[in-house]
Design a protein around this ligand. Sequence first.
Ligand SMILES: C[S@@+](CC[C@H](N)C(=O)[O-])C[C@H]1O[C@@H](n2cnc3c(N)ncnc32)[C@H](O)[C@@H]1O
Length: 187
Amino acid sequence: MIELNYYRTDVSKEAGKKACEQLYSILPDLTSKYDFGGKDSVKNAEKAAVASIMAHLPTILDLLGDVRGKKILDLGCGSMPQRDGDFLGRQFEPWLCRGLHILGAHSIGIDIGKLEKELFEHYSLDLTKEGCLDFIKDHTIDLVTATFFFDSPSLHDSYGEAAHDLKQQLYPHIKRVLKPHSIFPRT
Ligand SMILES: C[S@@+](CC[C@H](N)C(=O)[O-])C[C@H]1O[C@@H](n2cnc3c(N)ncnc32)[C@H](O)[C@@H]1O
């Protein structure tokens, strides 16, 4: 298992270019599936989707090469409605899972918020609960992401001090579900 920093500066130019191309190839699909067409929110939704996906896709492509068929588990993936404010209108909806799903990855999103309308595999559950990842089989996941989850305001509001230990608490479970030599980028 390798830990990586969220804003990697050593992502290859090829991965950055490939990520841009892939994102723009799926924007029309994202637009139609996730209702960017709503009157006021269209620009914010597009911005949020582009920002969320582009923050991670170059790194993911660098690490995995091709995402097609890869199992990517996203902890605190975002929900609809989002639960952590609306800095960019629709920022904390599960854009990464949505984008990866459209790109052919097997996205598995977990969030305590609502996910029922999502097209990717999803679970609305509380990640602070003991045994919350037990339903995932050993060594089946290629990549685990957790963007802005461990420092999420809603997590800290609900669980206070306990939230600080959550990463350590989940770590053995993350290790268990990852395939050998797979990745949990630090986010
Ligand atoms: C800041 S948002 C990040 C969303 C998304 N990963 C992104 O990068 O846009 C944090 C997410 O963590 C979720 N969350 C907070 N507490 C949780 C808990 N106990 N179990 C599961 N998800 C939780 C929130 O519902 C929210 O969607």
